[in-house]
Design a protein around this ligand. Structure first.
Ligand code: CP
Length: 314
């Protein structure tokens, strides 16, 4: 059962980014996700919370984890769900995203979950339409539910977030996961540093309250958590490092490099992982890896977000 404080709603129509959330709002989502995790351990993993609500999953960029996780979360909450991908939609006939959104709005859905390669597209939909919008990843901008599930995983494993030393490593420049985590983790009181080659670190990132390191071995020293990121070749419009092999030589997380962090340092990755590029398989599958715990927690986080935006009483 949820407590009274857990049944409070987010005072928002949409979830567009972590930048817009207060510490209390992040805690509200994490606490609700904890309650939904209990539902996911039952024999019948379904509650009527969103019965009669319609959710459209509009995934206009590839996804395995986020798309499946949202769909499972919606089904666990008894919502009616519709899935739209770029190839199966009239976008291929030249329809604009704006026209598509207004036509979907005319069918009166309650929530639209959108992933799009263009930063800001969820914000446009939220401005134009009555339905609630959940950002499932917009370009290199934000991926709020990924950061929330990351924070839930850290909180579960370490009992809290405040004071932890967390390194985010790799392609910070193109990573919406890095941006959302920087906003969320610093707001929750963690000490965050980013590590990567100068060409993959955005200018002025220090203004977001993080330290910058260019040497992996130096950067991971004493860390409680190491969060690895994939090289986002699909977002690069010019080559930002000589070769993948060269990148791996300096920035692949190996057992020897993990040994420089704290003894029980947790290893995280949002997925998809490129084995042998940013992370050695021994580390990805090793005893301190929580990569699959992150995926499990994704369902509970998405249930919490859908519930908190749905406007229904629990
Ligand atoms: N972490 C993540 O967003 O994975 P997908 O691209 O598979 O959804």
């Amino acid at each position: 059962m949820m407590t009274a404080s857990q049944s409070d709603r987010l005072n928002k129509k949409d979830l567009l980014g972590i930048e817009d959330l207060s510490k209390e709002e992040i805690e509200l989502i994490l606490n609700n996700a904890d309650a939904f995790k209990e539902v996911l351990t039952r024999d019948i993993k379904k509650v009527p919370t969103l019965r009669g609500k319609t959710v459209i999953n509009l995934f206009l960029e590839p996804s395995t984890r986020t798309r499946t996780s949202f769909e499972i979360a919606e089904k666990r909450l008894s919502a009616d769900t519709i899935n739209i991908s770029a190839q199966g939609s009239s976008l291929v006939k030249g329809e604009t995203l704006k026209d598509m959104a207004k036509n979907l709005e005319a069918m009166n859905p309650d929530i639209i979950v959108i992933r799009h390669s263009a930063s800001g597209s969820p914000h446009m939909l939220a401005r134009l339409c009555r339905f609630s919008v959940i950002n499932a990843g917009d370009g290199a901008h934000e991926h709020p539910t990924q950061a929330l599930l990351d924070m839930l995983t850290i909180r579960e494993k370490r009992g809290g977030l405040s004071g932890l030393k967390i390194a985010i490593v790799g392609d910070i420049l193109h990573s919406r996961v890095a941006r959302s985590n920087i906003f969320g983790l610093t707001r929750m009181g963690a000490n965050v540093r980013v590590i990567g080659p100068p060409t993959l670190i955005p200018p002025f990132v220090e203004d977001l309250g993080v330290e910058v390191y260019h040497d992996l071995k130096e950067g991971v020293r004493g860390m409680d958590i190491i969060m690895m990121l994939r090289i986002q070749k699909e977002r690069e419009n010019r080559s930002l490092f000589p070769t993948i092999r060269e990148y791996a030589r300096f920035f692949c997380l190996t057992k020897e490099r993990v040994a420089l962090a704290k003894d029980d340092c947790l290893i995280m990755h949002p997925g998809p992982i490129n084995r042998g590029v940013e992370i050695d398989p021994e580390v990805a599958d090793g005893p301190y890896s929580v990569i699959l715990n992150q995926v499990t927690n994704g369902v509970a986080i998405r249930m919490a977000v859908l519930y908190l935006l749905s406007g229904e009483k629990g």
